[in-house]
Design a protein around this ligand. Structure first.
Ligand code: ATP
Ligand code: MG
Length: 694
């Protein structure tokens, strides 16, 4: 190119090589991919190759020989033109990349060199596409960067080897310093407990070149660790991961809330479960209570019914028994044969009386004389009676407990209970076996069945057999009155109802344990009273109960009963014993009699249940005029009625024998003997009755 600069050089070129043709030179210039043109020092275009014309979009005719500024008016303010001027004045070549006004503002690479005879040779190429791509890339990177910086979470870009190339602003804000370029540095920010887990996740993530996430605590600038979810994903270029984008989202609050929520849920679930359990128990208790209530109501109704029957029956029996006894007295020594016949009749009435006693026991209306009892003594006391009743094919074993609690019970009733149970046991073992009568202490919780007692401490006596057991189908019915599986004439079905009646009247209950083929145990629970069993011996208690007070002649006895037959027979018994008897068939008549004849009445005998004025009311009224007057009550179902009336005096249970009446009368009179001296009076009977409506 030196040849272009001086004529001398050109001549040397000519001398050394064959002279190239104009055409050949033009071809060379055309073959160059770049645009080339030349100007003289007056800026006239001398030459332009095809590429230049193409870029200018001009024909050769339009430019060759023309001044540059004429062809491209208005380019003098552009950088290319200033570069021409500079090279023209300095003679030094210039290379630059710039925007060409002549090409509508496209980017060009410009090479300006001084040409021959003070002109210029300009080589330029269109680099607009590359330039724009570069700018776009820069802008895109800029945008990406500001996007990452705007993120509220930590973000970082790193190579496959873990080396970070960019950490966003939030990253610096969080850790408070420039750090974290190398994986080792970043690892130091992870809580020691999670470091291994994070490293393992990274290794496997990098190996499989797939995105992964891991939760870990990251150290904050103030020394606090907060939970983050670290999520790294490869950014693929041509299908291969070139860089990785990592983010770490602060999930500390969420985790805390979650934990709190889980705690709450657990608490609530536990509360709900507890409430559910309570509800289930309540439902069960309620069902039990309802079943008990139904049973109680049923028993109550039957109880009232049987009590009524027993009451009327007792009146009848009292009359029959009394009349027979009186007749016996009269026939004794006169007609012994008839007297014997009458004692047969008396035995029958006694059986009738025991049946009504059973009915009353079931309806819990029999009279009780509870006293402190040692159940061990009761079972020893009954042993011989049981042996004779049960027979030889069955063994009877006693198993008394040591340190047994005492209880309050009516011994006579208790004996009846045990006899009933022993007979049931015997009947359950037709081919022999063993009856075990045991005692024990029991602290009971809530009852499972209606016949069981309420929670508390009980002394217990049980009768166990080795019989066939009670089938579950009938177990629920055995306490029902009149339920029996025994053949007609063998069982009345009142035994267990009586047992339960006695136990419940004493504040206790009964439990049956039975297993088919193995046997049955019936346990009777009676409430514990203070201390260990020591009470009066049974023999002494019995002796006491049966203590008879000597009968003595009295003044008058006022006998009040609305039942004519009962009154008649009782009066006859009293007359027989030498008493003077004034009879009255109602409370009001009795009061009139008292008013009229006060000094002649030494004892008032009154039926408790009477229409109009009851025995209790009569007694209270009588006491107003005769405060010290002894009173003996008679009753067909004494206990509850007596209780309702607030009666604490002596009560004689119907039906009664003459000797029982005499004993009670003597006892009553003896008690009042200190109050007034009693003068003997002749036996006499006066009867007073209310005028009866026709
Ligand atoms: N130890 C027992 N083993 C097997 N079944 C029994 C036992 N005790 C009672 N039972 C059953 O319970 C039923 C009712 O007994 P409960 O004592 O009330 O009446 P009963 O024995 O049939 O007649 P009663 O006692 O009035 O003579 C009996 O008929 C029998 O089916
Ligand atoms: Mg029975």
């Amino acid at each position: 190119m030196r040849g272009y600069r001086s004529g001398e050089g050109r001549q040397e070129l000519k001398a050394r090589s064959p002279k190239p043709s104009q055409k050949a030179l033009a071809d060379v210039l055309e073959a160059i991919g770049d645009a080339v043109y030349a100007m003289d020092r007056r800026e006239r275009i001398l030459f332009a190759n095809r590429r230049a014309l193409e870029l200018w979009e001009k024909t050769a005719d339009a430019v060759i020989g023309q001044r540059l500024l004429d062809v491209f008016p208005g380019i003098e303010d552009g950088e290319p033109y200033r570069a021409y001027r500079s090279v023209l004045s300095t003679g030094s070549p210039l290379q630059l990349e710039t925007v060409a006004p002549a090409l509508g503002g496209r980017w060009i690479g410009l090479d300006v060199r001084p040409g021959p005879r003070g002109g210029l040779v300009v080589v330029f190429r269109d680099i607009d596409d590359r330039k724009r791509a570069e700018t776009a890339q820069r802008e895109s990177e800029e945008r990406f960067r500001s996007m990452l910086d705007a993120l509220p979470q930590m973000a970082f870009i790193f190579h496959g080897n873990g080396e970070a190339i960019y950490l966003n602003r939030q990253f610096y804000n969080y850790i408070g310093r420039e750090a974290g370029a190398t994986p080792a540095e970043r690892d130091r920010l992870i809580h020691p407990e999670e470091r291994a887990r994070v490293a393992a996740a990274r290794v496997s993530g990098f190996k499989s070149a797939s995105e992964y996430a891991v939760e870990a605590r990251i150290l904050r600038h103030d020394g606090a660790y907060r939970w983050h979810r670290i999520h790294n994903r490869p950014m693929r270029v041509g299908g291969r991961p070139a860089l990785w984008l990592g983010t770490a989202v602060d999930i500390d609050d969420i985790r805390r809330t979650n934990e709190l929520l889980e705690e709450r849920v657990a608490e609530r679930t536990a509360e709900l479960e507890a409430a559910n359990r309570r509800l289930a128990t309540q439902i069960e208790e309620r069902e039990q209570a309802e079943a008990q209530l139904r049973q109680a109501q049923r028993v109550e109704v039957i109880g009232q019914l049987t009590a009524g029957i027993a009451h009327d029956f007792n009146n009848l029996l009292t009359s029959i028994m009394g009349n027979i006894e009186l007749l016996q007295g009269r026939l004794r020594g006169v007609d012994e044969r008839s007297a014997r016949l009458l004692s047969g009749a008396l035995t029958a009435t006694e059986r009738g009386a025991s049946l009504t006693a059973q009915l009353l026991a079931f309806s819990r209306q029999q009279r009780m004389n509870p006293e402190p009892v040692d159940l061990n003594r009761v079972i020893y006391g009954m042993a011989s009676l049981l042996h004779s009743t049960i027979g030889a094919s069955i063994r009877i074993e006693l198993a008394p407990a040591r340190g047994l609690w005492r209880t309050l019970a009516d011994i006579a009733q208790l004996e009846l209970v045990l006899l009933n149970l022993a007979i049931n046991a015997r009947d359950a073992m037709p081919y022999g076996g063993t009856i075990t009568i045991a005692t024990g202490n029991a602290a009971l919780g809530s009852p499972d069945r209606p016949e069981e007692p309420p929670p508390g401490d009980y002394a217990m006596v049980s009768v166990a057999d080795t019989g066939d057991g009670i089938p579950s189908g009938i177990l629920g019915k055995v306490f029902d009155p009149f339920f029996t599986t025994k053949e007609v004439g063998k069982g009345s079905g009142l035994g267990l109802s009586q047992v339960l009646g006695v136990a419940q009247q004493l504040g206790g209950g009964v439990r049956i344990e039975t297993k088919i083929g193995a046997g049955t145990t019936v346990k009777v629970f009676l409430p514990r009273i203070g201390g260990i069993a020591a009470g009066k011996s049974v023999a002494v208690a019995r002796a006491h109960r049966r203590a008879e007070v000597q009968s003595r002649r009295t003044g008058g006895i006022l006998l009040v009963d609305d039942d004519d037959d009962v009154r008649a027979v009782a009066a006859a018994m009293l007359l027989d014993a030498g008493h003077t008897v004034i009879e009255a068939d109602s409370g009001s008549v009795a009061l009139q009699c008292l008013d009229r004849d006060p000094p002649h009445v030494d004892l008032l005998i009154a039926d408790i249940a009477m229409p109009g004025m009851s025995g209790g009311e009569l007694a209270r009224a009588a006491r107003q005029s005769r405060p010290g007057l002894p009173i003996l009550f008679i009753s067909g179902f004494a206990d509850l009625a007596a209780h309702d009336e607030g009666i604490t005096e002596m009560v004689l249970q119907k039906p009664f024998r003459a000797e029982e009446l005499h004993a009670k009368v003597a006892e009553a009179l003896a008690q009042s003997a200190e109050v007034a001296g009693l003068s003997p009076a002749p036996a006499a009977r006066r009867s007073l009755a209310e005028p009866r409506p026709e």
